[in-house]
Ligand binder design. Structure first.
Ligand code: AGP
Length: 634
């Protein structure tokens, strides 16, 4: 997600903005920018008094100076290099961008300006109705200069200011037009010491000292300036001036802002108070899933994937799908392939990328090869994608990094919107990959007519409910941690599942391996009797994926085989499923959901199980030994 900062009432706002952006770097970004309200000539920089004379005097004194850089993780150092060219100023805003709409170029970097160049805005979130707003702005003669959703805000505010509205009122009116999530900070040369900020869903705080005012997307960036901080509620709009904060609600009524009690230091603030990024990202999953679905599943349950850039005929011409990926992304692909076959009735398989690229695959133009990669840079998957293109297949990427290596290589791209994932073990990106692939499978099913509109709408509605079910599973973290306490000393665990439960078992085993360094093997439960069951004795521990589905009873038969040989069995099971609970030693309860949708929920207890066992063993859960976040070597 992007980072926002604003400051007013200081002699060197650029210094404070750059220091604040550096404290937001941990959020990950691919471009950055700053905008200052400058005093062209000595001006008192005070708030405008009424009357055209005062306004024209201010207009003559103030303008906006903006610098942006799109050199990925070097963007802030690039802004530092440009700092000596900055004019005198006392207020400004800054932004670190994690691209969701539009590649990470300088023209797409924030702050964005209006046509007059006297309004600058920075935005975190996704504006769902940006296309329809942009069409109206273009028709009205506005000159947009970026491919972002955010820029429309600057032009909407420009129009409101032209009616004579104050910046506070202009932002209030603009927010009423926007749909989706946003945190906004705005400056205007006509009110040189004023910052205006507002939010809906995306976080935003404001703060002050006796002489300074600040705005930020998170506490870490401004904690060094003040602890006198306030959290804006959804829909509230704050006017921040040196030493003063005024807050109104969406109706324009004054409200008392909610004070924040901060007991953290800066480091803890970067983790939003969580012990580590791993637990923060596990708990960010409902938000990551919600953001990934925005604008793609419509209220009536149908899908909208125009960003995919394939024509309907091209998608209909596909007669086979091969998913290639590594690690957790491969597990997401295996889950997606099952959904594709079920809903789109198209042959679909998932393959380990490092195997695919060397097996001389037989592909043609009717084959779609889908590469799934959080980083978009994994070398095994990248070369698999290149091999697919060489063989004449159509290619598509599901990635979390806009304009990544693979995104630039593929014919079509779908981006998860999980925000940067700092923990090496993938959690929020993994679930976001699954849900986005489910949307793609639903989209293909509707296109191919293998799902009737009612079936499709029902599935779409269930997918829309998954973020809430993940939140409910997270509310059960104590139950999951209690099971982890029982397994803290275990060094050998089986993970078993059938059909959709098998890739869930694979992901659970991988998490326990990579975080807790426990030997954990996943098997298709039906495969146990073909050999592995010889390993089962009273020291064995097995985690089984026993959520209700077409093969639940067969899975229970496997549980009986394990129990008969003395194994300890832990079941991921539907909340309230007493029949399963009676058969096993411990339960990881999850909200019940359709089998094909269940991975998004059933993986959560396995993440927390692995995390808790790893913490109990004193492991570094954000940076597990021997692992890298992006594997760029073969
Ligand atoms: C997942 O927890 C691991 N860190 C790893 O398996 C990862 O999923 C794999 O390396 C693929 O990475 P990618 O999604 O960036 O391509």
């Amino acid at each position: 997600m992007c980072g926002i900062i604003g400051v007013t009432g200081v002699d060197d706002p650029l210094r404070m903005l750059l220091d604040g952006l550096a404290l937001l770097e941990y959020r990950g970004y691919d471009s950055a920018g700053v905008a200052l309200i400058t005093a062209d000539r000595p001006g008192d920089g005070s708030a405008p008094v009424d009357g055209a004379e005062a306004q024209s005097a201010i207009d003559r004194h103030h303008s906006i100076w903006r610098e942006r850089a799109a050199v990925r993780a070097q963007s802030i150092p690039e802004l530092e290099r440009l700092a000596p060219t900055a004019p005198a100023a006392r207020a400004g805003i800054g932004h670190t961008r994690w691209a969701t709409h539009g590649p990470p170029t300088e023209s797409n970097a924030h702050p964005h300006l209006d046509c007059t160049g006297r309004v600058a805005i920075v935005h975190n979130g996704i504006i769902e109705n940006h296309r329809e707003i942009a069409a109206k702005l273009d028709a009205a003669g506005h000159q947009r200069t970026s491919a972002t959703d955010s820029e429309v805000v600057a032009h909407l505010i420009e129009d409101e200011l032209e009616t004579g509205a104050t910046l506070l009122e202009a932002v209030r009116r603009c927010a009423g037009v926007l749909r989706g999530d946003f945190a906004l900070a705005v400056v205007y040369a006509g009110e040189p010491d004023t910052l205006v900020a507002t939010r809906r869903t995306s976080p935003l705080i404001v703060g002050r000292t006796d002489s300074v005012g600040v705005v930020s997307s998170d506490i870490a960036a401004v904690l060094g300036t003040t602890r006198d901080l306030y959290a804006l509620e959804d829909g509230e709009i704050a006017q921040v001036r040196p030493g003063s904060i005024t807050v109104i609600d969406a109706a324009g009524q004054a409200v008392e802002p909610l004070a924040i009690r901060v007991s953290w230091g800066v480091q803890a603030a970067q983790r939003d108070g969580y012990e580590d990024f791993m637990s923060k990202e596990i708990h960010e999953q409902p938000r990551a899933l919600t953001d990934t679905l925005i604008g793609r599943i419509l209220p009536e349950g149908t899908t909208e994937l125009e960003e995919l850039a394939f024509t309907e005929d091209e998608l209909k011409a596909i007669d086979r799908v091969i998913v290639i990926a590594c690690g957790s992304s491969y597990h997401a692909g295996a889950i997606g392939a099952l959904a594709l076959e079920a809903w789109a009735r198209i042959p679909a398989t998932a393959e380990i990328a490092s195997e695919f690229r060397y097996r001389d695959p037989v592909l043609d133009e009717r084959t779609l090869v889908v590469a799934i990669s959080q980083s978009g840079e994994t070398v095994d998957t990248y070369h698999g994608l290149r091999e697919a293109k060489r063989c004449g297949a159509k290619t598509m990427v599901i990635s979390n990094v806009v304009d990544s290596l693979m995104a630039r290589e593929a014919d079509g791209v779908l981006y998860t919107r999980a925000g940067p994932e700092v923990g090496v073990a993938s959690t929020k990106c993994h679930l976001s990959q699954i849900i986005l692939f489910q949307v793609f499978a639903l989209h293909l099913g509707q296109l191919r007519g293998t799902l009737d509109p009612h079936e499709a709408a029902a599935i779409g509605t269930q997918i829309s409910g998954l973020p809430g079910l993940v939140a409910r599973a997270l509310d059960r973290s104590d139950d999951y941690e209690a099971v982890a306490d029982e397994l803290a000393e275990v060094n050998d665990v089986f993970f078993l599942g059938r059909n959709i439960g098998y890739p869930i078992a694979l992901e659970g085993a991988l998490k326990l391996k990579e975080l807790a360094y426990v030997r954990a093997e996943a098997y298709a439960a039906g495969e146990m009797k073909h050999g592995p069951i010889s390993l089962i004795d009273r020291n064995a521990v097995a985690v089984v994926i026993a959520t209700r589905g077409p093969l639940w009873e067969k899975l229970l038969a496997n549980v009986e085989e394990l129990r008969a040989r003395g194994a300890t069995v832990v079941a991921v099971a539907d909340e309230g499923d007493e029949e399963t609970a009676r058969l096993v030693d411990m339960v990881l309860p999850v909200p019940a959901v359709d089998a094909l949708l269940s991975p998004v929920v059933a993986v959560v207890p396995l993440q927390i199980l692995a995390y808790s066992v790893a913490r109990a063993r004193g492991n570094d859960v954000d940076r597990p030994r021997n692992l890298a976040k992006v594997v760029t070597v073969e």
